[in-house]
Design a protein around this ligand. Structure first.
Ligand SMILES: Cc1cc2nc3c(=O)[nH]c(=O)nc-3n(C[C@H](O)[C@H](O)[C@H](O)COP(=O)(O)O)c2cc1C
Length: 208
């Protein structure tokens, strides 16, 4: 398949068969995806791959429990529909044979010490430069989806479960300062999702 064809064939897949994903294939895909452009080549990522069924179940329950707790907050009293819709997006990962957790190690530019001394906060400097750490991880994950597609594997990029980020980080025994910024479910597709259309490209291009 050409790159164009792979891009056109990829869909977010949310239902998988029980077939395990070969760890060697996952390792190879991550090594290739890490060739993506990334800020100052700092490779600001670390990965956790969860395949053990009982741990996957526990992580899914962690998100469910958090959403149930939020359902009792006064702010959500009239908003149970929103929480239910969120749940739809947030818990299906637990049934995937492999779940990739991406941890952001963070990036500070060489200008940061001076900008911070001048009064900026780190989150402001990071925003000023367009969150280069997150952009780098996005590039890697974009590549990863295509590498998976090439190998007959489906993926779903996920951030909705991060509603329970601190609970997930605790369950995965992350060190202080380490932050999960994205997840991806991976497996053999058990569905063929229809393509989701995109805006006409000319609507979003300004030529100057
Ligand atoms: C940053 C990001 C976060 C996403 N989070 C979720 C998620 O939490 N749950 C989910 O089911 N899909 C999630 N998706 C998948 C998108 O919904 C999907 O890519 C989009 O609807 C377009 O569909 P397609 O990927 O099939 O072309 C996410 C995608 C991205 C890039």
């Amino acid at each position: 398949m050409s790159v164009d064809e792979t891009i056109q064939a990829r869909r977010s897949v949310r239902r998988f068969t029980d077939d395990p994903v070969n760890p060697k294939a996952l390792r190879e895909m991550l090594a290739l995806a890490a060739l993506a452009p990334n800020v100052a080549n700092r490779q600001v990522w670390r990965f956790i791959i969860v395949t053990r069924p009982e741990l996957r179940r526990m992580l899914g329950q962690t998100v469910e429990i958090r959403l149930n707790e939020m359902g009792n907050w006064p702010e959500f009293k009239e908003q149970q529909m929103r929480l239910r819709a969120w749940r739809e997006q947030a818990v299906h990962f637990a049934a995937a044979p492999a779940i990739l957790f991406v941890i952001n190690l963070g990036y500070r530019t060489p200008l940061d010490p001076m900008l911070v001394e001048h009064g900026m906060k780190f989150y402001e400097t990071n925003a000023l430069f367009g969150h280069p750490d997150i952009q780098s991880i996005g590039a890697l994950l974009g590549y990863f989806t295509l590498l998976a597609q090439e190998r007959g594997l489906g993926t779903c990029w996920l951030t909705a479960p991060l509603v329970a980020k601190h609970n997930l980080q605790h369950a995965l025994e992350l060190k202080t300062g380490e932050e999960i910024v994205a997840m991806m479910s991976i497996g053999t597709p058990a569905e063929t999702p229809l393509p989701r259309t995109r805006r006409q490209i000319d609507e979003v291009i300004t030529w100057m």
